[in-house]
Design a protein around this ligand. Structure first.
Ligand code: TXA
Ligand code: MG
Length: 345
């Protein structure tokens, strides 16, 4: 049985006791729900990997309640990392830093670095402070499924597999944190996310190195979290990319053709496309092209809703300019979620 408890003072206090006792708690952050355990305990963090069905090669992010706790988990904090932490913490930014020996190798998948983050959500911060220990937490979904932005999503994936969910309602950002490697010289973007890369580059005063492409090797191991299919619904997702006007036209034609052939089709619906959706399509709205923050907050909920609808096929096109700001993170998640990608000229 999984208990879902309101994230009030009593709920947070009980969750903190569970963490201290070596248990698992799902809790809200400003990005997505995390599945937390005492980051300094091998046993507690091993249970995270079991509950999620997550491969041991995928390192966990260690969450802190305050910046002055960083030296507990990071052996060295380069000046660039300090500048980014001061500018963007608490917030949706994960800094990869040289790891302290106190952090078990199981948490970092054997790497000598650790991903660290100070979340902005008041419930997350109160929980970490009350637990009195850093909390290791991946997103609280089954491995390779869309990240959870509501407590219902956590239950959908992990109900019966974990003891406790702190219910803080829907999360605000909706996409996971931006991950930047500061442990290997020039800062490198490992995962676009809730904090736009441009904001980071403005503080650094130089461009970030790009992330390795999916499937490419980054140093000694495949860049974690960069598996080709990730965040994916179980229903096949067809993603139309490239020229937006051409993608829009192709979407209209494909939806018509599929309906004619009796297929049950769904659509991740950009507000701009309402006019072209024929009757009979199961549409899940996100935001308009010009407002990627709204689409980010809705993306994973919409994908899960479409996935529950018993469809043969789901269509999507890019939800914003894929080359800038939050559009980059949206484009990344859609490409990883897609089973088929078609590029329009
Ligand atoms: O917003 C978020 O980041 C959410 C909330 C719960 O904080 N967490 C999250 O965790 O998305 P997860 O485990 O789903 O993704 C964390 C990713 C890993 O897959 C990996 O790509 C990267 O962060 N990461 C963590 N530690 C790393 C390290 N030492 N070196 C390189 N990448 C690391
Ligand atoms: Mg995840």
């Amino acid at each position: 049985m999984t208990r879902v408890v309101p994230a009030d003072a009593a709920g947070i206090a009980e969750a903190a006791r569970i963490i201290r006792a070596g248990g698992l708690v799902a809790f809200p952050t400003e990005t997505v729900y995390g599945l937390g355990a005492d980051a300094l305990s091998v046993r507690a963090t091993a249970a995270i990997f079991r509950a999620k069905g997550r491969p041991a090669e995928d390192p966990l992010i260690v969450h802190l309640a305050a910046l002055d706790e960083l030296p507990r988990v990071a052996r060295r904090v380069p000046a660039a990392a300090r500048a980014l932490a001061e500018a963007f913490w608490p917030g949706p930014l994960t800094l990869v830093l040289p790891k302290q020996p106190a952090v078990p190798p199981e948490v970092t998948a054997g790497l000598d670095t650790v991903g660290t983050r100070l979340p902005a959500h008041p419930v997350a911060r109160a929980l970490i402070a009350a637990a009195g220990t850093p909390i290791a937490a991946p997103s609280a979904n089954l491995f390779a499924r869309p990240s959870p932005t509501r407590p219902e999503h956590v239950l959908e994936d992990l109900g019966g597999r974990i003891d406790f969910v702190l219910d803080g309602g829907p999360t605000e950002v909706g996409l996971e944190s931006t991950v930047v490697d500061l442990a290997h010289g020039r800062p490198r973007l490992l995962r676009p996310g809730g904090l736009p890369a441009e904001a980071i580059e403005a503080v650094l005063g130089q461009p970030l190195l790009g992330a390795p492409r999916p499937g490419e090797r980054a140093g000694p191991q495949v860049a974690p979290g960069l598996l080709a299919v990730h965040y994916a619904p179980r229903t096949p997702l067809v993603l139309l990319t490239g020229n937006p006007a051409a993608a829009r036209a192709a979407l209209r034609d494909e939806l018509r053709a599929d309906l004619e052939q009796g297929r049950r089709v769904g659509l991740l619906l950009l507000e701009d496309d309402r006019d072209l959706v024929p009757d009979g399509v199961r549409a899940e709205p996100v935001g308009p092209w010009v407002d990627p923050a709204t689409s980010a907050a809705r993306l994973f909920d919409a994908l899960r809703a479409l996935d529950r609808a018993g469809l043969d096929l789901i269509y999507a096109r890019d939800l914003a300019d894929p080359s800038t700001g939050l559009g980059r993170a949206l484009a990344d998640r859609l490409r990883r979620a897609a089973h088929t990608r078609r590029r329009l000229e």
